[in-house]
Design a protein around this ligand. Structure first.
Ligand code: ADP
Length: 563
């Protein structure tokens, strides 16, 4: 066999042992044997370097004189022992001392007594690099001087790369394992169910006791179950129907396995006896950083049983819904009769002025009560996902004009006007929406603009038609805004005012009454139309509420929300 063939044989054998095993001591030992047998080295050894590249620890050694003392000496070395410090140049390059006697001065030889064993005539130092990772050093020393033709440097370089790769892999594995152990220790203690799924196999890699007891599957059985088939395998067909509209718990875990973060979503677990458990779920993908890249390794799901809370909420909603319906009828009757009596001209009625003004108060207050009841009914509809839309084609332009005209009568301190862009004065703007709900939304925004600018001022209601999307997917959107110059909203509250029952600090401290429901319902209505609503505001300067409303509903929204 010539040199090249021997070299190839060594490389093949090392490559094979790295491929077939992740056991570093075994790989090192077989590599040392191969190098020694094929290249007749007097001394071969591998050192791993520490994190700060200051000291080297012996990984394995093969010495022809089998000198224990030498192994002891080489066990832990300071970085300075390797002659690279004296030999300036690229530290990625191997260092070859072809003739120790000729190439090393006495001073150096004393310093490098570790390597200048009597029988050693030449030494090769191969730094172990894999990409940007520096793992240690391969040292090969020979009893003969090295010649240009017989130098095994290329072979040892290739061997070095394979060993460096194996070391990097082992180190990463260790890091992952130690992180996993600490994560599992924390998760074991959690009262919430926790499950980790593997990104490659898609099966459950870890589950805590709480998860096993929630799913009512023994922990040992849970580990290894494929996440995708979980529902099908463990829930009989009849029970599948019981899951209702909420997605099954593993649906979110699958989403997280494709990199999505999911926060506080409701889902269902159907336990083996067919009972349905509602859980609140959060999921996140798990990844490790390698070579500046995030590699997805799995996903974690945390879930908590909220069945009891949901039941209480359901009962509360049912109660509010029934009570509101029951209240609405008598109030409408009271309001109707009071209105009727209040409008009989004084000369034809037996009522005096005081009674008539009292009747007007009854009408006002019953209107207020009706609005409150309607708002409560809307809330329960939203919570029970029963806020349905009655969609039809309407002219948004004329609808807005009517609402603005109607609201004009309710204030004499504000200058309310409609601005229309991109449309002629009477030009219709047809769109598919729920007329009553859109009137409710715009009226609510105008009422708020009036209410929250108590000193009066201009209020602008605007409408603009905007084409959206590219050629084939082009559709029209109506952009609506309601702008006032009132008290404004603090920046940290601009998104919060759309939450249920939230009232901004400025207004809740004032004498202005309100329920904090209108904008919550507004947002829900606009979302269900496939649009969006938000506010831009400055304290003491005023607010502008914006709505982007698609004029043709996407088929998905249409089927999801339409009655
Ligand atoms: P309500 O007005 O009945 O309290 P809404 O849900 O309509 O309920 O509004 C929620 C809160 O948002 C209000 O309480 C108020 O603090 C704030 N808000 C709404 N519109 C305006 C506005 N135009 N200017 C200032 N604050 C507003």
């Amino acid at each position: 066999m010539n040199h090249t063939q021997i070299g190839q044989q060594i490389i093949d054998s090392v490559a094979q042992s790295v491929r077939e095993s992740s056991d570093i001591p075994a790989i090192i030992s077989s590599t040392l044997d191969t190098i020694h047998t094929q290249l007749h080295t007097s001394l071969t050894c591998f050192h791993v370097v520490d994190d700060i590249r200051q000291s080297y620890r012996l990984l394995g050694i093969h010495s022809s004189c089998d000198d224990d003392a030498l192994a002891q000496r080489l066990h832990t070395l300071s970085g300075r022992v390797f002659p690279f410090f004296e030999w300036p140049g690229n530290q990625h390059q191997p260092l070859v001392i072809a003739d120790v006697q000729a190439d090393m001065c006495v001073e150096h030889r004393e310093k490098w007594q570790y390597w200048t064993h009597e029988q050693i005539q030449s030494i090769i130092f191969i730094p172990l690099w894999f990409g940007n990772y520096y793992e240690g050093m391969l040292t090969a020393a020979f009893a003969a001087k090295l010649s240009q033709e017989t130098t095994p440097v290329p072979t040892l370089l290739a061997v070095g790369t394979y060993i460096a790769a194996a070391l990097v892999q082992a180190r990463l594995k260790l890091t992952v394992q130690s992180e996993q152990t600490s994560l599992h220790t924390i998760l074991d203690q959690l009262p919430e169910g926790a499950i980790i799924a593997d990104a490659i196999t898609g099966s459950i890699r870890y589950a805590n006791e709480a998860a096993a007891s929630l799913l009512q599957i023994p922990l040992a059985q849970l580990i290894g179950l494929p996440v995708h088939q979980f529902t099908r395998q463990h829930i009989p067909d009849v029970q599948k129907k019981a899951q209702g509209t909420l997605p099954p718990w593993n649906f979110f875990l699958i989403q997280a396995l494709s990199g999505e973060i999911i926060r506080s979503k409701e889902a269902t677990i159907v336990i083996p006896n067919g009972q349905k458990v509602v859980v609140l779920i959060s999921c996140a993908p798990l990844s490790i950083k390698h070579d500046k890249q995030q590699i997805l390794t799995g996903a974690i799901i945390l879930f908590q049983d909220i069945t009891k809370t949901k039941n209480v909420e359901q009962h509360k909603n049912e109660f509010i819904s029934i009570a509101s319906h029951e209240l609405r009828t008598p109030i409408t009757i009271i309001q109707g009769f009071a209105d009727l009596l209040a409008h009989i001209p004084l000369e034809t009625s037996s009522l005096n002025e005081l009674t008539q003004s009292a009747l007007m108060h009854i009408v006002d207050q019953s209107e207020y009560l009706t609005r409150l009841i309607d708002a409560m009914l809307d809330i329960t509809r939203i919570e029970q996902q029963q806020l349905h839309l009655n969609l039809a084609m309407y002219d948004l332009h004329s609808l807005l004009s009517q609402v603005v005209d109607g609201q004009l009568m309710t204030t004499n301190r504000h200058q309310l006007h409609l601005t229309v862009e991109g449309l002629q004065e009477q030009e219709p703007l047809f769109g598919m929406f729920d007329k009553e709900r859109i009137i409710q939304v715009i009226s609510n925004l105008i009422n708020n603009a009036i209410k929250y600018s108590p000193d009066g001022g201009a209020i602008e209601v605007g409408l603009r038609v905007v084409p959206i999307g590219k050629r084939s997917e082009k559709h029209l959107e109506a952009w609506i805004w309601v702008k006032d110059h009132g008290m404004g909203i603090a920046p940290d509250e601009c998104s919060r005012i759309f939450e249920r029952f939230y009232r901004a600090r400025m207004t809740s401290n004032s004498s202005l009454s309100g329920f904090g429901i209108g904008l919550y319902v507004t947002k829900e209505i606009i979302n269900r139309h496939g649009g969006r609503v938000w506010v831009e505001s400055r304290l003491h300067e005023g607010s502008t509420f914006y709505i982007h409303l698609p004029l043709s509903l996407s088929p998905q929204i249409a089927t999801e929300f339409v009655d």
